[in-house]
Design a protein around this ligand. Structure first.
Ligand code: ZN
Length: 83
């Protein structure tokens, strides 16, 4: 018996599907960025987690849409001219 668990094919497929969806929305982390980050582990100066290609660091995929919604909120101007 192997002493480490390997991910099931189902969980890998689910992860790939989720990644595909993010790429379609224009949100993904470049493979190079991810590799550099992983290689920095244990070097004493670990890099911050890589950012999405949109320039934002997304913690959870579910936040992608929520962030986009609030940032596009129009500001209402309420000007009252004094006379
Ligand atoms: Zn993004």
């Amino acid at each position: 018996m192997a002493c480490h668990e390997s991910p099931t094919r189902e969980s890998l497929l689910a992860e790939m599907r989720e990644a595909d969806r993010q790429v379609e929305c224009g949100h993904f982390i470049k493979h190079e960025d991810m590799k550099v980050w992983l290689l920095s582990w244990g070097t004493g100066h670990e890099l911050p987690s890589p950012k999405c290609v949109c320039g934002e660091a997304h913690d959870a995929p579910g936040r992608l849409l929520a962030d986009a919604d609030t940032s596009q909120r129009p500001t209402t101007k309420d000007e009252r001219p004094k006379t």
